[in-house]
Design a protein around this ligand. Structure first.
Ligand SMILES: Nc1ncnc2c1ncn2[C@@H]1O[C@H](COP(=O)(O)OP(=O)(O)O)[C@@H](O)[C@H]1O
Ligand SMILES: [Mg+2]
Length: 316
């Protein structure tokens, strides 16, 4: 049995807005074994980034627990600096998250400087080693982000996370802004690094095809809630929640002729996570919905080994 590196227990993040309370993350329970990747998938606005930010304590959770290596990071008196170094994030858009006036070397060295990690010579050595790891040629040390293509810029993003020697990394749509061919290179890099260093990832994406190779397990989110959680192979082969099924059938298929036939779009509007009605949040769009779906007691139920769904009409 691998140990659990990251666990959320009833994690909640509500935003109090003038339109009502946004249930961005609503009682999310997830756990990720050490060295594995949990893919977190769902449409825009379902709470993926908010979940990632809460886990890293970049924004305060409303309630619940975040256990990193068994310790609740939200408890006061915890060594928050330690957690911050061991938990890192890679953002979607490397361009907007990198200071355009800094060289590649300085961008990668910055987290080390901020945390006063080692002497100047040690920092230089670390930055050079990480540049090699992520496939940035030494000559690029003096380049600026605008001189690089999207793939190289995201390699800087990966390097900035890795230079802190993290145990856990939240990857928030790290390849969504890149061309498909470049996406594969970055995903391969991330998988190689995981194998070498045993890093644990939470990999956030709106695109199921992106997490197909990198994930060990997948959590599907809908309007703040996890609606299906399963090992990757199981989720792709036997989705049990109608929303997952719909998402899967919307995965673009490379052959353009088949694409139009097999692309079955989900009907209906995404309702908002503002003051949600009790019961299933997907019911208004679900072809199988019955009055039973609006029962307030709808929770996650076990439908197989490590396979849970939030649905009263599981698919066969
Ligand atoms: N600071 C905020 N204030 C109010 N609402 C927010 C804030 N941040 C996010 N939200 C809302 O929370 C929900 C989840 O957003 P987000 O986590 O960004 O989703 P995703 O990353 O899945 O696209 C959305 O309805 C969004 O509008
Ligand atoms: Mg997001």
């Amino acid at each position: 049995m691998k140990k659990t590196m990251l666990e959320t227990v009833d994690l909640v993040k509500y935003f109090d807005t003038k339109n009502g309370i946004v249930h961005a993350v609503d009682h999310v329970n997830l756990s990720i074994p050490e060295g594995e990747t949990l893919g977190v998938v769902g449409e825009s606005g379902c709470g993926k980034s908010t979940l990632g930010r809460c886990i890293l304590n970049l924004i305060p959770a409303t309630s619940g627990q975040i256990l990193f290596d068994g310790k609740n990071i939200l408890e006061r008196g915890g060594k928050s600096k330690d957690f911050r170094q061991k938990m890192q994030i890679i953002f979607q858009d490397p361009y907007s998250s990198l200071d355009p006036r800094q060289t590649v070397f300085n961008l990668i060295a910055e987290p080390l400087k901020t945390n006063r990690m080692g002497t100047k010579a040690e920092m230089r050595e670390k930055v050079e080693a990480i540049m090699d790891t992520v496939g940035l040629a030494p000559r690029l040390a003096t380049a600026y982000p605008h001189e690089l293509d999207g793939g190289r810029r995201q390699r800087i993003g990966v390097a900035r996370a890795l230079v802190m020697d993290p145990k856990f990394v939240v990857c928030d749509e790290p390849v969504s802004a890149l061309d498909v061919s470049i996406q594969a290179q970055i995903l391969n890099l991330m998988m190689d690094v995981q194998e070498e260093r045993g890093i644990t990832y939470m990999f956030i994406t709106h695109d199921l095809s992106v997490v197909k190779h990198i994930s060990h397990a997948i959590a599907v989110m809908y309007l703040g809630e996890v609606v299906e959680l399963a090992p990757k192979e199981e989720l792709f082969a036997h989705p049990r929640h109608p929303y997952t099924k719909a998402l899967l059938s919307a995965v673009p298929i490379p052959d353009p002729a088949r694409r139009t036939m097999e692309r079955q779009l989900i009907k209906g509007e995404v309702t908002s996570p503002v003051d949600p009605a009790p019961g299933c949040r997907f019911a208004p769009r679900c072809p199988y919905a019955t009055p039973e779906c609006l029962s307030p007691s709808l929770g996650m139920t076990e439908v197989g080994p490590n396979h849970q769904i939030r649905c009263c009409h599981p698919l066969d």
